[in-house]
Every structure is written in C-alpha cells, then in structure tokens.
Design a protein around this ligand. Sequence first.
Ligand code: AMP
Length: 124
Amino acid sequence: MPVSGLPPYDPSNVFARILRGEIPANRVFENEWALAFHDIAPQAPVHVLVIPKGAYVSFADFSAGASEAELAGFFRAVGAVAKSLGLEAPGYRMLANMGPDALQEVPHFHVHLFAGRSLGRMLA
Ligand code: AMP
C-alpha cells in the first residue's frame, strides 16, 4: 500500500519498530546515525535497507529537516555498508522511493542497496 512521503511521522511504522527493537531484523550495520538490515523480500541477491535513526517520513522530509550531522552521518553510513558488504568492486544500485508515484510503502526514509548481479537499466 503506497504511503504519502510527507509528514506527520507515524511512530508505529515497521522501521520505527525495528529501530526500537520491537521486531527483529537481519542487521548488517549500526552506528549513531543509521541502521542497515536485509530486506525481508529481496529483489536482488543482495538487497539491504539503510535507515536513519531519526524520525523522517521520506527523502523529502529527511533532506529538508535533518541536521548537517545527520545528513553526513547517514550518507557516510550508506557508503560504509556497501563497502563492508564488498559491493564496491562489482557495483551496486542505491534507490529511495518517495511518495505514491514511487510506491513508497514504509513511511520511514530508507535507501535500498541492490547488488549481486547485473542490475539492468534504471527503470523496469
Ligand atoms: P519502499 O517501497 O521503498 O517503501 O520499500 C519498503 C521495503 O521494506 C520493501 O522492499 C519491503 O520488502 C521492506 N520491508 C517491509 N517490512 C520489512 C521488515 N520487517 N524487514 C525488512 N524489510 C521489510
């Protein structure tokens, strides 16, 4: 079910619950700014989600509302996750869905990392 990428933030969303430890996730990275875990329904051999620790609905919300430290910390974490998973040499794709036309489903900003095979052109 697509969601709006606009505030208000719903603290009952599934990624907020993962951040609070209320439901499990197959975690691969965590620091002060970000948490990364495997997608529950992978669409590539490697499909990892990276989410900020702060309560942001979408990229629109995060890019407008996050502090410089949060922005830098999050995007450095995305790069660190990809590097730690050995994705830099073969390559990977980053993707963030924002709002209904992009079919965003979870209203907590997240970046998808896809890798592990040739990923084809940008849009299906
Ligand atoms: P999006 O359409 O960009 O909002 O993508 C949401 C992603 O979250 C989808 O790829 C789902 O498979 C994934 N997802 C939903 N619930 C979970 C969960 N509990 N653990 C891991 N990934 C999840």
